[in-house]
Structure formats: structure tokens, C-alpha cells
Write a protein of this length. Structure first.
Length: 67
């Protein structure tokens, strides 16, 4: 995600984990390896998120042309 700090990304992922939208798996390696995946609840959100994305795209203003 461009423009997001590592601290903010970690905070958002932890919030999603707390809300049971994503699952976090830590591998005992050096350096540490962490993987995130959608939970059943997270997967259930996909149709709603796609609809929201379509709604936002339809309302995006057209680019201005230079004169």
C-alpha cells in the first residue's frame, strides 16, 4: 500500500485480526516471517467490498482536460 507507514500497516492488520477479518500466522524463522489470510468472516465481506468499490468508481470525477 503506497504511502502507508509500517507502523500504521501493522496497527491496521492487528485491528483486522482482533475483529476476526484476517488470521495471522507467525513462522519461527530468522528473520521472522508473518502471513495474513482472510478468515471465513473476512471472505464473507468480499461481495460487499466489491459493491462499495463499484459505487466509488462510478462516482469518481472524470479527469480534467487541459486547455
Amino acid at each position: 500500500m503506497p504511502g502507508i507507514s509500517q507502523k500504521m500497516l501493522i496497527q491496521q492488520l492487528r485491528d483486522l485480526e482482533r475483529d476476526r477479518v484476517v488470521a495471522r500466522r507467525v513462522y519461527p524463522e530468522v528473520p521472522p516471517k508473518v502471513e495474513y489470510s482472510l478468515t471465513k468472516d473476512g471472505t464473507a465481506l468480499l461481495p460487499s467490498l466489491r459493491e462499495l468499490q463499484s459505487w466509488a468508481a462510478a462516482r469518481k470525477p472524470a479527469p480534467r482536460t487541459r486547455k
